[in-house]
Ligand binder design. Structure first.
Ligand SMILES: *Cc1c(COP(=O)(O)O)cnc(C)c1O
Length: 408
């Protein structure tokens, strides 16, 4: 399997080989379906890792993007952007936030969140409070600061000195968390449900505990809702399941419906250090992204949409529980919330992802030997039935390989 990476043409790929790309290329999409040039249809329960929140080629998003494309693409943040003002206002109205900064990706949204937390304390006369506590298994992006925040050695290794200012504690270790807080701590940063880390949910009482701890110690609470946000968990944002709100929240993935964008949302107080000239971006908040973001909210915030996500998610979770009972040798546990579900496996998750693809279903691996199901939020009953049938075939194929002699 050490052959050159497959590219669309016969020539070897000249892309950096940083991804183990599957030898399949999609030409177009229709709702939850990804389709290759030869017409092979895959049921897309990865949605580009929770990005295509409304599936492929959603008519309302296509209309918003193409209409905007015919007007103006880029103006720069030197000028007022009405679509951006509108999107920011809508995000604030629907959440805890009073301030929004638009970026182009999740990592950039987190960079803004990290800078904001540090600046908050610096502006209050405490520049020494710059350290941020994060959790083992976290994923916050691939920039120099966000790999330090995520703390995973495999991402940090070989890239020079790790960016200073991140203290990682074990997931769920309350005593370690208390002990990690010093006079230099600025904030605690956490994903309400770890995505890349393997669909590990932070129990609601722990999120409430973090809120109390932050309030008592004068720390800012940052939620990374890049994967969990925009309806994915059956709430607009996952923290709503716990009843507490953060001071700062990063979002990306679903808010663009497939168009690259991110945002850092904050309370007025938490954002108070971010004054004129303290941060910036060339592309963040551009008219194309803002038009699509508003179109995504038109759909997701329409009455009943998120409730429907919760209902179909329940149906999927029930079917997965039955699937687990049928394949106890393969599936160990069902995890997650809403349409952010994981199958914790006994067998290698990479094999399962390959078998699922062979059965015409796209799913995504995660840490802790988990297979992630992140379907678009628009799936219906028939899609759930079809996906579970294909998962069943994948699990049976994995089982069959277990029964073959090891020498093979
Ligand atoms: C995807 C993701 C990121 C990074 O987003 P990019 O757009 O790849 O930079 C950060 N945090 C979480 C929780 C994510 O799921």
């Amino acid at each position: 399997m050490a052959s050159a990476p497959v590219s669309a043409s016969a020539a070897p790929s000249v892309l950096l080989p940083t991804y183990a790309r599957a030898p399949v290329a999609f030409e177009r999409g229709e709702g939850p379906w990804s389709i290759t040039a030869d017409g092979t249809r895959y049921l897309d329960f990865g949605a580009g890792i929770a990005v295509n929140a409304l599936g492929h080629a959603h008519p309302h998003l296509v209309e918003a993007l193409t209409t905007q494309a015919g007007k103006i693409w880029h103006t720069s943040n030197l000028y007022t952007m009405p679509e951006g003002e509108k999107l920011a206002r809508r995000l604030c109205e629907a959440t805890f936030a009073q301030r929004v900064f638009f970026a182009n990706s999740g990592a950039e949204a987190n960079e803004a969140a990290i800078k904001m937390a540090r600046k908050y304390h610096a502006a209050k006369g405490h520049p020494e409070r710059y350290r941020i506590i994060t959790f083992e298994g976290a994923f916050h992006g691939r920039t120099l600061a966000t790999i330090a925040a995520g703390g995973q050695q495999k991402y940090i290794e070989g890239f020079g000195p790790k960016v200073d200012g991140f203290d990682q504690v074990a997931f769920g270790d309350h005593a370690a968390l208390e002990a990690a807080i010093t006079d230099e701590t600025a904030a605690i940063m956490i994903e309400p449900i770890q995505g890349e880390g393997g669909l590990r949910s932070v129990p609601p009482q722990c999120l409430r505990g973090l809120r109390t701890l932050c309030d008592e110690r004068g720390l800012l609470l940052i939620f990374d809702e890049i994967q969990t946000g925009v309806g994915r968990t059956g709430k607009f944002f996952a923290h709503e399941l716990s009843g507490v709100t953060p001071d700062i929240m990063s979002i990306a993935k679903g808010i663009g419906g497939g168009f690259p964008m991110g945002a850092c949302l904050a309370t007025e107080e938490a954002a108070s250090g971010m004054t004129l000239g303290t941060h910036g971006t060339t592309f963040g908040g551009n008219p194309l992204a803002m038009a699509v973001g508003n179109a995504v909210l038109d759909v997701v915030l329409a009455p009943g949409f998120i409730e429907k996500v919760g209902q179909i998610a329940l149906r999927l979770k029930q079917s997965l529980a039955e699937l687990k009972d049928r394949h106890p040798q393969v599936i160990a546990e069902i995890r997650g919330e809403g349409l952010m579900l994981g199958l914790k496996l006994h067998t290698p998750n990479t094999d399962f992802v390959t078998e699922a693809r062979a059965a015409g279903l796209l799913v995504v691996g995660a840490g802790d030997n988990v297979v992630r199901l992140l379907p678009p939020l628009i799936i219906g009953e028939a899609d759930v039935t079809e996906a579970v049938a294909r998962l069943d075939r994948a699990a049976s194929a994995v089982e069959a390989s277990l029964k073959r002699p090891a020498a093979e």
